[in-house]
Design a protein around this ligand. Structure first.
Ligand code: BES
Ligand code: ZN
Length: 774
């Protein structure tokens, strides 16, 4: 790889690339001890999984480094690097030497990563009750890196923006990202490296767990980030995919290298994590932790499958409470079906099988009749309505064991009940005006309240929303809009629900509501539905004016204050709100006058650049700065700004630069195309480019890679007309004819059909609702 500083060599093997570097039985089940020697020139250093034991000077001046033999591990975790990087180091409480490496000119951005990785390493060693088994851990920032990061044992590789933090240009959300990726890859040192899935069909045991452990570890080490509020988005993101018929079960057959790569998707990552979170909520945090410690200890240096995890989680009940005569559940008294040990074992396995071996997400329909609650479960499908002919067949044979939670208007006690059948009835101790299911949104299901259910909840939100927990309010907003997509709730009901937001002080809830409305704005704007676009714009600016006006152009406040600032000012400037544009323009001019030396608050930096990029002079200046900047965080912001230009020739120039891979590196091509496809003036350009340059793209990225899959879905899934659907279909057919097939094709086609249906059904409602409100 060529970088500013020179050439570096770096490996990246997961899932099936180790065989390209050395002959091996390249499957996760074949664990071995590796002894590695590397020859290099003296101006370089070499790194590998283990510490170096000695260096031998060879004839001709080359040096040969010998590394300690590794512990028993899978081939995909082997790694080595030859580079000229500089590092900072520290020692963990247990004596592990932790180092952060970056190219010499970026060394000053490594300090936050060192602090975070030391904290997180200490946390995991305590939480898992297992020490990190190697003497050292290196985290290396690679200047051009395909994925976000890779957990090679003892030598974790990162994209620069996933590891480096530059106080001058990295924003609050950049810090969150760096913390998240470090937490994720460190979790893999146990989940994945110490205990590995038997085969790639269960990659969720690696990725789902690592994603879930981000939540546990960041909550403990960086409570100020309030990561659980962010985690809700992790679940919402996958629900979009999992409510399509083209979804897949968490555990899924995978044979070819492409199929194996395709397993690395939101189902393995996000649904895996959300299922684990639901299970933790069901078992209690303590039981869950005990269970995974048991699992990690029992399978250390070995491989595991789904059932091994379920057995460990059940056994932890047995060894604890049951032998002393208690029950496994934390809230045993509240669970009507608390079972004896044997029952518990079966119970967990049966329950989890319905979440990991079956695709999709359940919808729980609740009907309240006095003190009676009638419950019904269905398979939730967005884009297929109950009255559609195919609906019934798509429901057949789907059944989940759903650990329900609910509270009512009369008390905030959390009630629990496992819904295992299609229908069920519950009796409340007293009559209440409303019931809210899925307390704190810990469950992976959507809830629909039939009859007056939604009206009662909306009334409560308007009267005193604080009687509902913040995460319950967020869950209600989410479910309401999902139900609109499924044709179960009218759009005006969901929009009415957001009216209470004028009193909302909880930032994640406010942002959730805002995002839905913003999404509609972008949808209308892309389709050029100008009357609704204009009215939405006025509505948004008018409705959120009080909070927008409160924002300062600074980096002050708590973490979520800062996220809110970025989101609101971005919205205001995107909508051409005059005071926003004025302030951003002023800051941009000052920045240009200072030759890029002026420090702009990091949370508004992207907004300032974006406004600046709208003139040709500003755009050109930003491109020059892009080349000059040493901060990946800043470069991302500039690239985004450049991609919002209304001039197609400028957008095309960016794509050309990214194809060339020098000024704009290959690693950024996918996000660049995504950004251009989001730009109404760029959407057609991005899509045409992908169709016309497919062969070129496949020369740069594997068919199953993150990059190719993102490029396909990001340039197509926003389409919402029949003509566009037809175009995309034809393109996918031509690819299939060339022998390229990906699961994402079907997901995209279904998503476009869903968009078409959404517009047909809801555009008139949206139009009328806005007319009454603006
Ligand atoms: N193990 C993966 C890297 C990977 C992804 C290897 C796909 C092979 C195929 C790594 O742990 C990972 O999940 N990286 C994420 C970032 C993470 C914070 C979610 C990535 O690269 O996006
Ligand atoms: Zn991972």
């Amino acid at each position: 790889m060529w970088d500013e500083g020179g050439t570096i060599a770096v490996t990246d093997f997961e899932p099936t690339e180790a065989r390209m570097a050395f002959p091996c039985f390249d499957e996760p089940l074949f664990k071995a001890n590796f002894s590695i020697k590397i020859r290099r020139e003296s101006r370089h250093i070499a790194l590998s999984n283990m510490p170096k034991v000695k260096t031998i000077e060879l004839e001709g001046g080359l040096l040969e480094d010998h590394f300690e033999t590794t512990v028993k591990m899978s081939t995909y975790l082997v790694a080595y690097i030859v580079c000229d990087f500089k590092s900072v180091s520290g020692t963990s409480s247990s004596g592990v030497k932790v180092s952060i490496y970056a190219s010499p000119d970026k060394w000053s951005q490594t300090h936050y990563a060192l602090e975070a990785s030391l904290k997180l390493l200490d946390f995991y060693e305590n939480y898992f009750d297992i020490n990190y088994p190697l003497p050292k851990l290196d985290l290396v920032a690679i200047p051009d890196f395909g994925s976000g990061a890779m957990e090679n044992w003892g030598l974790i590789t990162y994209r620069e923006t996933s590891l480096l933090f530059d106080p001058k240009t990295s924003s609050a959300s950049d810090k969150l990202w760096v913390t998240t990726v470090i937490a994720h890859e460190l979790a893999h040192q146990w989940f994945g490296n110490l205990v590995t899935m038997e085969w790639w069909n269960d990659i969720w045991l690696n990725e789902g767990f690592a994603n879930y452990m981000e939540l546990i570890s960041i909550n403990a080490t960086y409570p100020e980030l309030q990561f659980d509020d962010y985690f809700m988005e992790v679940c919402f993101e996958v629900i979009k995919k999992d409510s399509l018929n083209s979804s897949r079960p968490i555990s899924n057959q995978a044979k070819t290298p492409t199929q194996i790569q395709e397993m690395f998707d939101t189902i393995s990552y996000n649904k895996g994590a959300c299922t684990l979170n639901m299970l933790k909520d069901f078992l209690s945090e303590e039981k869950f932790q005990k269970g995974i410690i048991h699992y990690l200890k029992k399978f250390s240096y070995r491989n595991a499958k789904n059932d091994d995890l379920w057995n460990s989680l059940s056994n932890s009940c047995f060894e604890g409470d049951f032998t002393s005569g208690g029950f496994c559940y934390s809230d045993s008294k509240k669970i009507s079906s608390a079972l004896t040990f044997q029952g518990v074992n079966v119970e967990i396995k049966e329950m989890t099988a319905t979440w990991t071996l079956q695709k999709g997400i359940p919808l729980v329909v609740v009907e309240q009749e006095g003190r009676l609650l009638r419950l019904r479960q269905e398979r939730f499908l967005s884009g297929v309505f109950q009255e559609d002919p195919e609906w019934r067949a798509l429901q057949e044979r789907y059944l989940w064991h759903i650990p329900l939670t609910y509270s009512t208007s009369s008390s905030n006690v959390i009630h629990r009940h496992i819904l295992k059948s299609k229908t069920d009835t519950l009796e409340l101790p007293e009559k209440t005006s409303w019931v809210k299911f899925n307390v704190n949104s810990n469950g992976y299901y959507i809830v629909h309240y039939e009859g007056h259910g939604w009206d009662q909840l909306i009334t409560q939100l308007n009267q005193n929303h604080t009687l509902l927990r913040p995460k319950d309010r967020i869950g209600l907003i989410h479910d309401a809009f999902q139900l609109v997509s499924a044709g179960r709730l009218t759009l005006d009901k969901a929009l009415d629900l957001t009216r209470y937001l004028q009193h909302e002080k909880n930032i994640p809830a406010l942002l959730k509501g805002l995002r839905h409305l913003e999404l509609f704005y972008h949808m209308m704007n892309r389709r050029n539905i100008s009357d609704v676009t204009e009215n939405l714009k006025h509505y948004l600016l008018q409705y959120f004016k009080p909070v927008i006006d409160m924002q300062s152009w600074s980096d002050e406040g708590s973490f979520w204050d800062r996220l809110l600032r970025s989101a609101l000012l971005k919205l205001a400037c995107d909508l051409n709100h005059a005071p926003c544009i004025r302030k951003a323009t002023e800051l941009f001019s000052q920045w240009v006058e200072s030759s890029g030396k002026l420090s702009i608050p990091t949370d508004v930096l992207k907004i300032v650049y974006t406004v600046g990029a709208q003139t040709t002079a500003g755009w050109n200046y930003l491109l020059e700065q892009y080349e000059r900047s040493m901060s990946g965080a800043e470069k991302n912001k500039i690239l985004y700004a450049l991609s919002t230009s209304k001039h197609q020739e400028k957008l095309m120039k960016l794509i050309e630069l990214a194809m060339e891979g020098k000024i704009i590196k290959t690693q950024n091509l996918a996000v660049l195309l995504q950004a251009i496809a989001r730009n109404p003036k760029g959407q057609q350009l991005a899509w045409n480019f992908v169709r016309e340059n497919w062969t070129q793209l496949l020369k740069k990225f594997d068919l199953g890679s993150f990059a190719i899959r993102y490029i396909i879905s990001d340039t197509t899934s926003h389409f919402s007309s029949k003509d566009e659907l037809q175009e995309v279909k034809l393109f996918f057919e031509s690819l299939k004819a060339q022998g390229s097939h990906l699961d994402i094709f079907q997901i995209v086609l279904e998503t476009i059909s869903k968009n078409i249906k959404w517009l047909e059904k809801n555009l008139p409602t949206l139009r009328t609702w806005l007319l009454l409100r603006t």
